[in-house]
Design a protein around this ligand. Structure first.
Ligand SMILES: Nc1ncnc2c1ncn2[C@@H]1O[C@H](COP(=O)(O)OP(=O)(O)OP(=O)(O)O)[C@@H](O)[C@H]1O
Ligand SMILES: [Mg+2]
Length: 193
């Protein structure tokens, strides 16, 4: 039963995060969205160096629950149910967050919008992009890296391409084949505003 797993799944995810930062009065919630290899995790890493937010990286959290992930629908449903509850719990505790997941469908993102709206938390959306030939090259190199956190390859990228949906709320767009610093600066300023 999903419900009986949920509480213990969330506990396991929290344990996997290690030390959490000091809570703040008005936490922010940054959600990136983009296909595999577009540079979401790279971008989130750079952002976290400047903002000290907690990164919730779906690939890492998936392995905390499923050490040999299969990426099937049941596994993903269970993972994202736990991630949603985790997000809500951490925001309520005053933790600012970055969600690093593909977040391609608007229906899925609506869950995230509703958590932020309900808690009156500042939501910052970022669409991460890169030209397909750049992504293909990156993914080829990444597949050789034993330390990689994502297994998504060019085949997965191509399959997921048709799932990309327009983001209907205001959002930043970053093309990671260019200098990402201007968008990082804008987001840092928006958070501190
Ligand atoms: N701005 C960048 N400059 C240099 N290298 C980058 C940049 N963005 C990403 N890369 C490299 O490209 C590869 C893919 O990027 P990354 O892992 O961040 O993609 P991702 O969107 O998180 O993919 P996935 O959805 O599979 O997790 C990585 O090896 C990363 O180091
Ligand atoms: Mg990633």
């Amino acid at each position: 039963m999903a419900e009986t797993w949920l509480a213990s799944d969330v506990e396991r995810l929290i344990d996997s995060l290690g030390q959490l930062p000091e809570p703040v009065v008005k936490p922010a919630f940054i959600v990136v969205s983009g296909l595999p290899g577009t540079g979401k995790s790279y971008f989130c890493g750079k952002l976290a160096e400047r903002l000290h937010f907690v990164i919730l990286e779906s690939d890492v959290l998936r392995r905390a629950l499923f050490p040999s992930p299969r990426y099937g629908p049941t596994e993903s449903r269970r993972l994202f149910q736990a991630i949603h509850l985790l997000i809500e719990g951490l925001l309520k505790r005053g933790m600012s967050l970055i969600l690093d997941a593909t977040n391609l469908s608007e229906r899925y993102r609506e869950h995230l919008y509703s958590i932020a709206d309900h808690l009156d938390v500042r939501l910052i959306l970022v669409k991460v992009e890169a030209p397909p030939d750049v992504v293909r090259g990156r993914l080829k190199v990444r597949q050789e890296d034993p330390q990689r956190k994502s297994d998504a390859d060019w085949g997965v990228y191509q399959k997921m391409r048709s799932s990309v949906e327009k983001i209907w709320r205001n959002h930043y767009v970053v093309d990671t084949s260019w200098d990402i610093t201007p968008v990082l600066d804008k987001i840092v300023r928006a958070v501190r505003r």
